[in-house]
Design a protein around this ligand. Structure first.
Ligand SMILES: *[C@@H]1O[C@H](CO)[C@@H](O)[C@H](O)[C@H]1NC(C)=O
Ligand SMILES: *[C@@H]1O[C@H](CO)[C@@H](O)[C@H](O)[C@H]1NC(C)=O
Ligand SMILES: *[C@@H]1O[C@H](CO)[C@@H](O)[C@H](O)[C@H]1NC(C)=O
Ligand SMILES: [Zn+2]
Length: 483
C-alpha cells in the first residue's frame, strides 16, 4: 500500500515536472491570414478562442508587408531598417550577388537577438523551439534553438502540433517557448486570390488544426500552463495579370540588377547609370501609372525602411492591386502547379504594399493563464509583440522598437495605472477645498464687517448715549495707566 502511494506520488511528481518551471508560450503564425478573414465565418474555433482570451481587431505590421520582414519583426521587435530584412532577398553591392533566404539575409547586424535566443540566454532551464519559423533555422550568436524543425511544406500540420507538444513535454529539455509556423493561407492566397474558395478551405483546415492544438493541451492538462498567441505577418489583396506593369521595356538590358519581388522591387543600377535609370523609370511611371519610383533618400520615413545600408539606390513600389513584370513568372508557376489556364482577369493574391493599407493587416489573438479573458485590446504594432513575449516569459528585453504600454493590458493582473487618476482626484479635491475655505473666509469677513456696521448703526440709533458711553469707557480701559 505504502509503496503504491509512493509510486503514485512519484508518477504525479514526474507528470507535473515534465514541463518547464518557467512561463510557457507558443507563438503560432498563419502566413497571410488577413485580419478580416474572420468575416468569412469559416473559423468558429479561432473565433471562440478570440472570445475566450484577448484579441485586437488587427495589428499594424511593418513595411514592406512581406513574410520574412514581418516574421523577423515579430521575433526581434525591430523595424525593417533596424533588423535589415528589407524583403525576401537583397542585392549585396560589394559581393555583387543577390542573397535570397539564407544566413546572410537575416544577419545584417550580428548583435540582434531573436526571442528564441533571448529566452535561452535568460536563464538556466529555458529551452526554445522553432517549428519552421522563417529565419529561425539559422544560428544567432552561434547557436540554434534547442528544438528545431526546418521548413518543410510536406510535413502534416497535425504532426507539427504533436512535435511542438513533445518539445514542451521533453523530459530533459522542456521547451518554454515555441515558434510554430504554417505557410497557409499564403500559398493558396497567392495562387487563387484572397476571395477564392481555396483560401476558404485553407482557413477551415487552419481552424481545425487550431482546435486540435487546444484540445491536446486540454487533454494533457496544460491549458492552465501554456499561453498561446495566434497571429499572422500580413494580409493579402487581389491582383490580375491585366495589372502587371513591365517597366523593363523602358530600360536598356544589362544596365541594372533587380532584387525582391512585387509589389516592391529594389533596382540597382550599374556603375554610373543611376541618374539615367532613375529618369527612365520616372518616365515609365508617368506613362504607365500605378507605381512610384523613389531614390533612396526620398523613400517615406514613416516606413522605417530607408535607414539601412541594404536599401537600394532606386526603389519602385506598385499601387495596391498592381504588380511588376516578375509576376508573369509567378503566375506561370502557379498555373503549372495547380493546372489552370492564366487569363488576363485570373485572380491572384499579393502582399508587400504600404503597411497603412487595410488589406495588408494581420490578426492577433491570445489565450492562456497569463492572458486576460474576454478582453479586446486596441490595435497595436507588430514591433510591440516582442515586449509582450518578454513579459509573458518573464525575461528582460533587449533593444527593440516596441511600446510595452500598447499591449500590457492583455496580461492578467494588469490594471491601468491608478496613479494619474489619484493625482488628479487628490489635486482637484485639495484645490476645491482651498477655494471653498478662501471663499468662506472672505464671506465671513464681509458678513462680519457688514454686521459691525449695521450693529453700530442700529445701536447708535436705539441707544445713542449708552452706546457712545460704553465706547468711551472701553477706550478708557485701553489707555495707559499714567494717561
Ligand atoms: C474541419 O473539421 C470539421 C469537423 O471535424 C470537418 O467536418 C471538416 O471537414 C474539416 N475541414 C477541413 C477543411 O479539414
Ligand atoms: C522622359 O520624358 C520626357 C518627356 O517626354 C523626355 O523629354 C525625356 O527625354 C525622357 N527622359 C528619358 C530619360 O528618356
Ligand atoms: C491580355 O492583356 C495583354 C496586355 O494588356 C493584351 O496584349 C492581350 O491581348 C490580352 N489578352 C486577352 C485574352 O485579353
Ligand atoms: Zn507571409
Amino acid at each position: 500500500m505504502f509503496l503504491i502511494i509512493i509510486h503514485l506520488l512519484f508518477t504525479l511528481f514526474t507528470l507535473t515536472h515534465s514541463i518547464s518551471d518557467h512561463p510557457i508560450l507558443i507563438v503560432v503564425s498563419f502566413d497571410a491570414f488577413r485580419y478580416d478573414y474572420f468575416a468569412k465565418k469559416v473559423t468558429p474555433n479561432l473565433l471562440r478562442l478570440r472570445e475566450r482570451g484577448s484579441y485586437a481587431d488587427y495589428i499594424n505590421n511593418v513595411f514592406p508587408t512581406k513574410t520574412f520582414t514581418n516574421h523577423h519583426t515579430i521575433a526581434t521587435g525591430l523595424y525593417a531598417e533596424n533588423h535589415g530584412v528589407l524583403g525576401n532577398s537583397y542585392y549585396d553591392k560589394i559581393k555583387q550577388i543577390s542573397f535570397k533566404i539564407g544566413y546572410e539575409l537575416f544577419h545584417y547586424d550580428e548583435t540582434i537577438i531573436p526571442i528564441w535566443r533571448l529566452n535561452e540566454m535568460s536563464g538556466h532551464g529555458r529551452f526554445s523551439g522553432s517549428m519552421m519559423w522563417p529565419g529561425a533555422a539559422f544560428e544567432y550568436q552561434g547557436k540554434l534553438p534547442t528544438h528545431l524543425q526546418k521548413f518543410d511544406p510536406e510535413w502534416n500540420w497535425y504532426k507539427r502540433v504533436d512535435t511542438v507538444l513533445s518539445w514542451i513535454e521533453d523530459p530533459t529539455k522542456p521547451a518554454n517557448l515555441v515558434m510554430l509556423y504554417f505557410e497557409e493561407p499564403d500559398t493558396h492566397g497567392h495562387a487563387f486570390g484572397p476571395k477564392s474558395k481555396e483560401v476558404v478551405e485553407m482557413l477551415q483546415r487552419l481552424d481545425n488544426v487550431s482546435y486540435y492544438l487546444h484540445e491536446q493541451l486540454k487533454r494533457k492538462g496544460l491549458t492552465d500552463k501554456v499561453n498561446v498567441i495566434h497571429l499572422s505577418d500580413h494580409g493579402m489583396t487581389t491582383v490580375t495579370p491585366a495589372n502587371f506593369i513591365d517597366f523593363t521595356k523602358y530600360l536598356k538590358p544589362n544596365t541594372y540588377e533587380i532584387a525582391c519581388t512585387s509589389p516592391a522591387l529594389h533596382v540597382i543600377p550599374k556603375q554610373g547609370m543611376e541618374e539615367e535609370i532613375y529618369a527612365l523609370l520616372k518616365n515609365a511611371s508617368q506613362d504607365l501609372g500605378h507605381f512610384t519610383v523613389y531614390k533612396k533618400d526620398a523613400i517615406p520615413s514613416r516606413w522605417r525602411f530607408k535607414n539601412n545600408p541594404r536599401v537600394p539606390p532606386i526603389y519602385v513600389v506598385a499601387d495596391e492591386g498592381y504588380a511588376f513584370q516578375d509576376m508573369f513568372e509567378s503566375v506561370k508557376y502557379f498555373s503549372g502547379r495547380y493546372g489552370f489556364q492564366v487569363r488576363n482577369d485570373s485572380e491572384f493574391g499579393i502582399h508587400g504594399y504600404d503597411n497603412q493599407l487595410p488589406s495588408m493587416r494581420p490578426f492577433f489573438l491570445a489565450v492562456g493563464p497569463q492572458i486576460k479573458s474576454n478582453h479586446k485590446v486596441a490595435p497595436f504594432n507588430t514591433v510591440d509583440l516582442f515586449t509582450l513575449f518578454c513579459a509573458i516569459l518573464n525575461i528582460k528585453s533587449t533593444r527593440h522598437d516596441g511600446i510595452y504600454s500598447n499591449i500590457e493590458s492583455v496580461l492578467v493582473g494588469y490594471h491601468a495605472s491608478m496613479l494619474p487618476i489619484v493625482v488628479i482626484i487628490v489635486g482637484g479635491v485639495t484645490l476645491a477645498l482651498l477655494l471653498i475655505v478662501c471663499a468662506a473666509v472672505a464671506t465671513l469677513l464681509i458678513i462680519k464687517r457688514q454686521q459691525n456696521i449695521t450693529t453700530a448703526a442700529a445701536l447708535n440709533k436705539r441707544f445713542p448715549q449708552n452706546f457712545s458711553h460704553s465706547t468711551i469707557e472701553a477706550q478708557h480701559l485701553l489707555e495707559p495707566e499714567d494717561a
